[in-house]
Design a protein around this ligand. Structure first.
Ligand code: SF4
Length: 354
């Protein structure tokens, strides 16, 4: 796949853009003032494969959390999410944070923007401009009538121009909308108009399968066109789920160097005589606990022996159900038969041996 040629922006030990690996982001939902809770969520996110963690900085006091996390063993790059207040942005840059997210058009005067830029230049902190369809500038909304893709792209370029005035180009852009077609089109416009790296996401996507479908289509369409440098899947859920979903999207498009575990499972039918739906849920939960989701393996969970091992021949290991029992197979070869209650235990044992 030919990726868009974007400029590189360094965020701590990670690089966004320039054809580098697409990074996965999420955001903590703990109270930022609660340092211990925020620390443990940051560590869980990093452990799950999150490359960059964003934390809201609602007031000056919250900046202490960034200092505290940096003083501990947090190595994943941290982003301070700031709205309007330039003093918080400056304090965050001074705190050792790796990136800030702020829209310069919301800060106020040029003088304030310049102070933020100077602090970011001094500490090597890039800025993400994040435009959302729900918070477009009044003048742009009036010009376009609604948050159209062109309006979103124009707003992002307007905010960037305020930083460029002070020769600052260490910028990542994001234009997010809850409308998937608008989000896709706005990013296509930006991709053609600028070389800033693009952070992709469908905002306020909701939760569950509908949210994952929206994000998969929005983010997946753009990535398939070579557009996008970093992604965030927004879910009304535990942020860890965002990482799993993002990795699934990247893996499905073939953009993960280590795609992790691929699960092949049948949809069940009248032939299924084991509770495959429950077994799959149990397997997924235990596989995560075992860290199998990071292993580059293919695991099959098939409802019956008729199509089981045959259809899942490419699987490294798998199960095929019988009547209250099942077969364990490896690379298309049957290893043994076991009762339904032990199927997942036996499957896990085999995966540990791979
Ligand atoms: Fe039905 Fe067997 Fe196919 Fe599963 S693998 S859908 S149980 S025929």
């Amino acid at each position: 796949m030919q990726r868009r040629n974007s400029r590189t922006v360094r965020v701590g030990g990670t690089v966004i853009g320039g054809g580098f690996r697409i990074t996965v982001q999420s955001m903590t939902n703990t109270d930022t003032h609660d340092i211990d809770a925020t620390y443990s969520q940051v560590m869980r996110l990093a452990e799950a494969g999150c490359d960059i963690v964003r934390i809201t900085a609602p007031d000056i006091k919250s900046v202490r959390t960034f200092e505290a996390l940096k003083a501990r063993d947090v190595t994943v790059p941290l982003v301070a999410d700031i709205h309007f207040n330039h003093e918080i942005a400056i304090a965050a840059a001074e705190s050792g944070v790796d990136k800030i997210r702020i829209n310069p058009g919301n800060i106020g005067s040029d003088e304030r923007v310049e102070r933020v830029v100077r602090a970011c230049q001094k500490y090597g902190v890039p800025i993400r401009i994040g435009v959302n369809s729900g918070s477009l500038e009044k003048s742009i909304l009036e010009k376009h009538g609604s948050p159209t893709p062109e309006a979103l792209a124009e707003s992002a370029m307007y905010h960037a121009s305020l930083l460029e005035k002070f020769d600052f180009r260490d910028i990542v852009l994001s234009v997010k909308a809850s409308s998937v077609p608008n989000m896709i089109e706005a990013n296509r416009i930006l991709a053609a108009r600028t070389d800033y790296p693009l952070h992709l996401g469908v905002t306020e996507a909701g939760g569950g399968s509908s949210a994952i479908v929206k994000s998969s289509i929005g983010i997946g369409t753009l990535l398939s066109e070579g557009i996008g440098d970093t992604v965030r899947v927004s879910l009304t859920d535990d942020p860890i789920e965002e990482i799993y979903a993002a990795r699934e999207i990247l893996g499905a498009i073939g953009l993960l160097e280590n795609p992790g575990m691929n699960i092949i499972s049948c949809p069940t039918c009248g032939r299924t005589k084991i509770d495959l739906i429950r077994l799959l849920a149990e397997f997924k939960r235990r596989a995560r606990d075992e860290g199998f989701d990071r292993k580059n393996i293919s695991v099959a969970l098939m409802g019956c022996v008729v199509n089981g091992p045959g259809e899942a021949r490419e699987a490294d290991v798998g199960i095929a159900g019988g009547n209250g029992e099942g077969l364990i197979f490896k690379k298309g070869e049957i290893l043994r038969k076991t009762d339904e209650a032990s199927l997942i235990d036996e499957l896990i044992k085999e995966i540990r041996l791979l």
